[in-house]
Design a protein around this ligand. Structure first.
Ligand code: IMP
Length: 195
């Protein structure tokens, strides 16, 4: 089976991708290839960051690779937090602070002004070629947290498709079926199956 690196150490994402692609590829994490350094993610777009991560692995480790980058884009905040989603509250990967900041900035806004979407970009670098895949889900930012599942901004994001629950109130399968990442991954897998 062909090796492919998924440029992440996020166990949730790895498990998800191994479940979907495990029959086709031996999916390796960054730790699996001995990459323990922080890969720079300083590009101004999620597409740029996805590409930078994949390129780093190809150049430094010589594996075929794909990487993902996700942003929550809130219309009333001019598309923020966007590429800054992971550290919007000032501390990297502190989801509670990130959510607090979003709720504070949107305090008092009516629901019709609380539209937002998640966007995931996946960059695949394989056999010398580069491909980009995108996935998007539209929804609303609620005024308070609902649900304990998921991660990141899931507890304040209610997708338009669905029955009124937030991502944090859904099972993993329910979320993956309509989510930004689920859709981008489906496009990646469709491409890999066709090649
Ligand atoms: P990453 O590019 O996947 O690391 O995502 C950047 C940030 O966006 C994360 O730190 C989370 O705060 C947020 N994020 C990414 N994916 C999701 C998701 O599926 N639900 C909620 N928040 C997410």
């Amino acid at each position: 089976m062909k090796d492919i690196v998924f440029a992440t150490n996020n166990e949730h994402k790895l498990a998800e991708l191994r479940q979907i692609m495990g029959q086709m590829f031996h999916v390796l994490s960054l730790a699996d290839i001995g990459c323990h350094e922080d890969i720079p993610e300083n590009e101004p777009t999620i597409e740029g960051n996805a590409r930078a991560k994949a390129q780093y692995v190809v150049e430094h480790y010589g594996y075929d690779c794909f990487s993902d980058d996700t942003g929550l884009e809130i219309d009333a905040l001019g598309g923020e937090p966007g590429v800054h989603s992971a550290r919007y509250g000032g501390v990297a990967h502190d989801s509670e602070r990130n959510i607090d900041k979003v709720l504070r900035l949107m305090d008092g806004m009516p629901m019709e002004q609380r539209t937002a979407h998640f966007r995931t970009a996946i960059c695949l670098m394989m056999d010398g070629d580069t491909h980009l895949f995108e996935g998007r889900v539209d929804g609303h930012i609620l005024t308070e947290r609902h649900g304990k599942g998921g991660f990141g901004y899931d507890s304040i994001f209610r997708p338009c498709e669905g029955d009124g629950r937030t991502f944090a109130q859904m099972t993993g399968e329910e979320k993956n079926a309509i989510s930004h990442r689920g859709r981008a991954v489906a496009r990646l897998v469709a491409y890999l199956l066709k090649r």
